[in-house]
Design a binder for this molecule. Sequence first.
Ligand SMILES: [Ca+2]
Ligand SMILES: [Ca+2]
Ligand SMILES: [Ca+2]
Length: 348
Amino acid sequence: MLPKMPYARIVRPRVAIACVLFSALVAVGLVLLTRAAVAQLAPTDTKPSVSDRIDALEAKDDRPIQKLGRPEQVALTLAASEAESRRPHESQSGASAGRDASVPAPVLTGIQIDGDLSDWPAAMPRYAIGKLLTGVDQIGTGGLEDADLSTSPDLSASFSVGYDPKKELIYLAVIVRDDEIIVENNSWLDTDACEVYVDGLHSDAQIPLPDGWPESADASQLPVQQYIATPGPGQVYGFKKYDTNPILMGGDLKKTKTRMAFQRKHDVTTYEWAIQVFDHYPDVPTVLSPGKRIGFDVAVADKDTPAVAPGAFNEPEEARLAWIYWGPQWHFLKVLDAGNLGELVLGK
Ligand SMILES: [Ca+2]
Ligand SMILES: [Ca+2]
Ligand SMILES: [Ca+2]
């Protein structure tokens, strides 16, 4: 016998409970089905993306790698980082006894920095800058792969070097035969240039690429002083934080005694440098004394055609900047790796 109450009050709660139970079962079923479908669809062997590879490198090296907006810049950074990670790490301690790339720097006085080398002794030896950087994205070979870099009209460069122990300066003359001069102020890829690397400690110290490079460069933290000059007016490499030519990467050239002047005659550009070297910038200049070894390298960049677009980030291979250097085999940015420099041996 049914209790005397309206039918609806008995039946509706039962229907409601059944509906709730049914809905819960459907929801659980949907979740299980979705998980199974995702598991089946998920790839098991995907090729890592550029960002995955950067993350992997960061994890391996325990350091951040600069993430730049332009894919080609990411590729450059990645290629360089991978090149770095492939090589054996060098000793961090002590100075090297000597290096394969080594030249004497005799005492030299009475040099005026004006780009005119007539005040240099005619008998000063000249050393070829003859290594062509290859295998780095965005940098080309300028058709120089098979060229003789001591005679090529497209690009041949050499240097002479001495030092003044009283003025505590290295004197450097860089003579560059280059058929076409390009000086733009948009990027390091869009200009002729001359770079000098010095390390007063002659150390093997190296540091990882600082986050935010090159804007974040801090000369007081770098193991090498990198001076950069272009043979023309305007901001060197388009770096907005400097107002000199040359510049000191991450520092203030005006806090140093380094100066440069260039001249261009016919197809020859001459850079005449007086260079201050530091044990630590800016507070500990290096004392230049006979027999001392100074970490040293010099490089020349050659761009010969106007860029397709400002900055020259998307140049066809044959139009890209070529980069040659003197010292040991390039592994990564030499300003971060003092052991990747050659050396000067100061004379008496
Ligand atoms: Ca001179
Ligand atoms: Ca050239
Ligand atoms: Ca050029």
